[in-house]
Design a protein around this ligand. Structure first.
Ligand code: ASP
Ligand code: MG
Length: 420
């Protein structure tokens, strides 16, 4: 059994949906659980629907949702003819669920509504793609993942109830594979024990795929992306970025930790725990081998570069020249918890402390305000945090040339510099 994940970009046009079908058809006879994201930028569009609804702009919310509806209906008309009526009815059921909600007034917290509305992106995409595949002869069974993946009610960042989910996979998903080779379901979403929809955090469907791979004891997981492979840097920033054929789980976890946007950071653990290899392949060029990520340590990696822009340097100095010791540091960590922010890098000195953070303006403001009770606070914005794994002196010099380095940390494997 294999698990495939198709991201939003791999199904954002009729041609791409047909292309995904060809990829699947080339695995004829294999058992595959397919996780599909919302189409293209649907999740962003649905976020705007929630915002309008929550700000009391009901007509805007309905209008914005209408655009999401139309884009799916248009695509369905183009792709599905014979079973068109049944397929459209299924989409319309999901539309109705959202529209009912939009006609109410918000009385609960934002995050709750977010999940109830945004989850429809993957319900629509999977339902549409499943209908098309069936019509194209790629027989498959559609499954509502909310019947399987149980979470807590921490909306927008829900935590998986592994035990319950395991039982549902055994009771419901495994028997389905006795009758079907391909099961299509949603990533990114789940449900609480009260049947409220939840989401697992943006880009969460890589993680959903890993949950299924783990619980199904899959032989492998494949993420189909628009890049050739995992690259040594973002090719948009670094045209000489190279594809990497093999990586260890450990390397990928480190890369994600430093901010590389390759794979959702939670994805690796469920795979590592069962020693399931993760393939990253290109849906536009399925003949390429892509990257395989596994337990196997990989040596001689090229320098791997991660750039994080919009960074803030916060300098915290003790107010009376006393040493920055355990107590103020513990207080600072409490503030991080309250504000729900984590520094990307920090460095202690005798009477001051430097932290580098993502510039989320409202959080930074709260943090600076709370910290100013203990420290003198100074902020500098518009900085870049550069991380190089497996750095060489030449690479380091090339990438920091002409920049002012404000903070630097180095281990034998990794160098990090905050630059102006
Ligand atoms: N559709 C969701 C998002 O865009 C989840 C995902 O694609 O992984 O964040
Ligand atoms: Mg995505």
């Amino acid at each position: 059994m294999k698990v495939f994940k198709f991201g939003g970009a791999s199904i954002n046009t009729a041609e791409r949906i047909q292309n995904a079908g060809r990829i699947l058809a080339s695995y004829k006879g294999e058992k595959i659980l397919v996780i599909i994201s919302a189409m293209g930028k649907t999740t962003n569009a649905l976020e705007k629907v929630v915002d309008a609804f929550y700000e009391g702009r009901k007509d805007d919310a309905l209008q914005l949702f209408e655009q999401v509806k139309q884009s799916h209906l248009t695509l369905l008309k183009y792709l599905v003819t014979i079973q068109w009526k049944a397929a459209e009815d299924q989409l319309r059921d999901f539309f109705t669920e959202v529209e009912w909600l939009l006609h109410d007034k918000p009385v609960r917290e934002y995050d709750y509504y977010y999940d109830q509305v945004v989850c429809c992106g993957e319900l629509l995409s999977t339902s549409l793609v499943s209908s098309y595949f069936n019509e194209a002869g790629i027989r498959n069974q559609w499954l509502d993942v909310r019947d399987i993946v149980r979470t807590d009610d921490n909306f927008r960042d829900a935590a998986i109830d592994w035990e319950y989910t395991r039982q549902r996979v055994e009771a419901q998903v495994m028997p389905l594979f006795a009758e079907h080779d391909i099961i299509i379901t949603q990533g990114f979403i789940g449900a609480t024990d009260e049947n409220e929809s939840t989401t697992l955090g943006r880009e969460g469907s890589d993680f959903s795929a890993a949950i299924f791979a783990n619980l199904l004891d899959a032989e492998s997981q494949t993420i189909w992306k628009d890049v050739e492979a995992v690259m040594s840097a973002d090719p948009k920033e670094f045209p000489d970025a190279q594809p990497i054929a093999a990586l260890s789980y450990r390397e990928v976890v480190e890369m994600a930790y430093y901010g590389a946007q390759v794979i959702h950071p939670k994805t690796i653990k469920p795979l590592q725990n069962k020693n399931i290899p993760l393939h990253v392949r290109c849906f536009l060029k399925p003949e390429l081998p892509g990257t395989v990520i596994s337990q196997q340590p990989v040596h001689n990696l090229p320098p791997i570069i991660v750039l994080k822009k919009s960074q803030v340097l916060m300098e915290l100095s003790s107010k009376d020249f006393s040493f920055v010791e355990d107590k103020p540091i513990a207080q600072l960590h409490e503030i991080y918890d309250q504000v729900k922010i984590r520094p990307n890098l920090s460095q202690n000195g005798a009477v001051s402390l430097l932290c580098c953070l993502d510039d989320k303006p409202d959080k930074i403001e709260k943090l600076a305000l709370a910290a100013s009770a203990i420290f003198d606070v100074q902020l500098e914005k518009n900085l870049t945090l550069l991380t190089i794994r497996h750095y060489s002196r030449e690479k380091y010099e090339e990438l920091t040339r002409g920049k002012t380095v404000l903070l630097m940390q180095r281990t034998p494997e990794t160098v990090q510099v905050l630059m102006r």
